[in-house]
Design a binder for this molecule. Structure first.
Ligand code: ATP
Ligand code: MG
Length: 366
């Protein structure tokens, strides 16, 4: 069952402390995070913000003391040592310090890691060579770490972390010691693993040259997840909003902040999106489908407008503080981006032209 729940990692209300008694110091606070299978997650944040701590908790290398942490469907809090060992076989680790065995060659280092999983020596050897070759180390497979550059050692460590086809890869600054080209090769390999093995990857990085591979970017500050953004969705919102005249004159900063705060909502045909007389709580932009704007009066209900893609509604009540002046009904299956009242007011404060644009567009519609 848990194998099919779609989440590779689910962190709920996790707190973490170092030290005991008077020296106890909390370093993670109330964190929630859901990572779907097959996602590539990039974790960023200042030094000391708790990235490695969170990663090692997920990787079962530290004990979860408070909250719930599920990895590949298994709860870590209170798990037995046997359960943790079984789970660790499905994880791949790539850490900042590469810990290679100095007396073994690159190929032997990788092979030794594979032997923890299988005793088929020949196959392990083939796989080691294949993986090292994929990372551009074919001419270095028989070198010991002492004769390899920092970047080459890092690539051996990466190979070692990935060779047994883990379901979840936890990588701490995997590309830090690499030049741009090798760094790109590593993340390309990550993307291939996600496609071929439905692997999930959580990687800590300060390397903004590779942010584009992320499906989700999680930003940690002072032990708290400050933002957690699904990149594709946010790119989609931006692209869409850019084409809406009402947003056209926002500064890039305000525009980005607004897009970040909008959420996609779906309504089936016939559903009521806002009801006349209700308090105004959100502003809407139509992404797909059409809506009918209807006004009830003593003489019955009157259709005043039909809006479609790129049109907005719901602003009047937010601007005036009065109840909704119309009922909006989905004419067909509908997708809208909504912005909560508080965020809407923040955009108005940040941009004098926004309100002006709203009123101009409203006027043109009538
Ligand atoms: N073993 C430990 N014992 C006590 N405190 C620790 C320990 N490991 C980390 N800390 C503290 O916990 C906090 C979070 O550290 P962590 O290593 O998770 O940060 P980080 O975000 O990975 O930083 P960096 O980007 O520098 O790697 C820091 O204040 C750090 O000093
Ligand atoms: Mg760290």
């Amino acid at each position: 069952m848990s194998e099919h729940n779609g989440f590779a990692v689910r962190v709920a209300n996790v707190q973490h402390y170092f030290g005991e008694g008077e020296l106890e110091k909390q370093v993670l606070f109330d964190n929630y995070l859901e990572v779907a299978r097959g996602e590539i997650v990039i974790m960023t944040g200042p030094s000391g913000s708790g990235k490695t701590t969170l990663l090692t908790l997920i990787g079962t290398l530290r004990t979860v003391r408070e909250g719930s942490l599920k990895v590949l469907g298994r709860e870590l809090r209170g798990a037995s040592p046997g359960e943790l060992i079984a789970l660790r076989r499905e994880l791949g680790f790539i850490f900042q310090t590469h810990n290679l065995f100095e007396s073994l060659t690159a190929r032997q280092n990788v092979k030794m890691a594979l032997e923890l999983f299988s005793t088929e020596g020949r196959r392990n050897d083939d796989r080691s060579v294949e993986m090292l070759t994929r990372l551009g180390l074919e001419h270095r497979i028989n070198y010991k770490p002492g004769s390899l550059s920092g970047g080459q050692k890092q690539r051996v460590a990466i190979t070692r972390g990935l060779a047994h086809k883990p379901k979840l890869v936890l990588a701490d600054e995997p590309t830090a010691a690499l030049d741009e080209k090798s760094g790109r090769e590593v993340v390309t390999l990550f993307q291939e693993l996600v496609k071929t093995d439905n692997c999930t990857i959580i990687m800590v990085t300060h390397d903004n040259r590779i942010l584009d591979v992320a499906d989700r970017i999680v930003n940690l500050v002072d032990g708290r997840i400050r933002s957690n953004v699904l990149v594709k969705e946010s790119a989609m919102i931006c692209e869409f909003l850019q084409a809406c005249p009402v947003f056209g004159r926002l500064t890039p900063k305000t525009f980005g902040e607004t897009a970040d705060r909008m959420t996609l909502e779906r309504f089936p045909a016939g559903a009521v999106v806002t009801r006349q007389g209700d308090p105004g709580d959100k502003f809407y932009v139509v992404r797909l489908g059409r809506v009918d704007i209807m006004v009830d009066s003593g003489s019955g209900r009157k259709l005043v407008a039909t809006l479609g893609k790129g049109d907005f509604f719901g602003e009047a009540a937010l601007l005036t503080g009065e109840p909704r002046n119309a009922t909006v009904v989905a004419k067909e299956d509908l997708e809208v981006y909504s912005l909560g009242n508080e965020d809407f007011q923040a955009v108005i404060r940040a941009s004098a032209t926004f309100e002006e644009e709203l009123r101009k567009a409203l006027f043109a519609r009538q």
